[in-house]
Design a protein around this ligand. Structure first.
Ligand code: PEP
Ligand code: MG
Length: 320
């Protein structure tokens, strides 16, 4: 494999014809953020705030949260940092917030929904994010996980406004959110596709079950269709609100090209994938990415979708 061009990546994702696609990092704390900045990330597309809450019996104080978030903001002066509010439940249980006895935790009180059963935690977290944002130059955006309806998006936006946070958004990781993206984007400033959960819920296949891995594949044409619908919702909404991707799909270079071809505006991934995704993206024009996306969308199955895309991306053979 030719690794030389992978070491000089500057994070500025662009297609061969100069269409900019900022490449951002998914991080789980300040240490991660420092590493991601060094790897060339243009910002953070997903700060998983669970790091501050997991393995605790009680809620962290606002002051503890402020310190934890500030460490991340300080690693990205002047850059965008998208903070996801607490995503407890299902694969991320928390003793003070989620009910271990739910029969179907993935379909239960998780993510944004915990604010209904345990009000207050979200408001205190938003207050901490707002306080941490003061005195840093990072551009702090905030998004809620597991949003299913435009009403939930509206309520989240009003909680953000009350905390003084000006750029509220939502994750699109439930099929209903993809289908109603136009009205959801009427309530918030941006959307970020969480392809891990979007795949799980689209295919009705638990993301933690090994035997269902073939269904749980973001190359499934059904998942790609929902990405397309989300972008279409943003276009229909007419204010040009960005739709990014922050699920693992963005870290697969061939799938990243497909996502860009479907119209997503940013890709957020684990920092170690930035260089490969940037290198592959630089070999295609936007029009070629769109053509590759169309081929993948209309494939009969995920294997065919992936093979079709990879065949159009000869650089992948070089990357190994
Ligand atoms: C996702 O669901 O795609 C996502 C980015 O969030 P998580 O993997 O933390 O659920
Ligand atoms: Mg998720």
């Amino acid at each position: 494999a030719n690794a030389s061009f992978l070491t000089v990546f500057d994070g500025q994702g662009t297609t061969a014809d100069g269409h900019l696609v900022p490449l951002l990092a998914n991080v789980g704390g300040a240490k991660d953020a420092v590493k991601a900045a060094a790897a060339g990330a243009q910002g953070v597309g997903l700060l998983r705030t669970e790091f501050c809450f997991l393995e605790r019996e009680t809620e962290p104080s606002i002051e503890e949260q402020v310190q934890a978030y500030r460490g991340v903001f300080d690693a990205f002066p002047g850059k965008k940092v998208v903070v996801r509010t607490l995503d407890a439940g299902a694969d991320k249980p928390l003793p003070f917030l989620t009910d271990a006895d739910e029969p179907n935790p993935a379909l239960g009180v998780r993510g944004y929904r915990t604010d209904i059963s345990t009000p207050g935690v979200l408001e205190r977290q938003l207050a901490a994010i707002a306080e941490a944002a003061q005195g840093t130059t990072a551009q702090v955006w905030v998004m809620a996980p597991m949003i299913s309806t435009a009403d939930e998006a509206a309520r989240f936006a009003s909680l953000c406004a009350a905390a003084g946070l000006k750029t509220p958004g939502v994750m699109v990781e439930v099929p209903s959110a993809a289908v109603t993206a136009e009205s959801i984007l009427g309530q918030v400033e941006f959307a970020s596709l969480g392809t891990n959960d979007l795949t799980q819920y689209t295919m009705a296949a638990d993301r933690q079950l090994g035997p269902l891995a073939a269904l749980n594949n973001p190359w499934q044409p059904a998942v790609l269709q929902l990405v397309r619908l989300t972008v279409a919702g943003s276009i229909a909404e007419r204010s040009g609100k960005p739709v990014g991707v922050c699920g693992e799909a963005a870290a697969d270079p061939a799938l990243a090209v497909v996502l860009v071809g479907l119209g997503v505006s940013t890709l957020s991934m684990t920092a170690r994938s930035l260089a490969a995704v940037g290198a592959v993206l630089a070999t295609v024009t936007l029009k070629e990415a769109q053509e590759i996306a169309t081929l993948a969308l209309h494939a009969a199955n995920p294997t065919e979708a992936r093979d079709r895309a990879r065949k159009k991306l000869p650089i992948l053979a070089e990357l190994g």
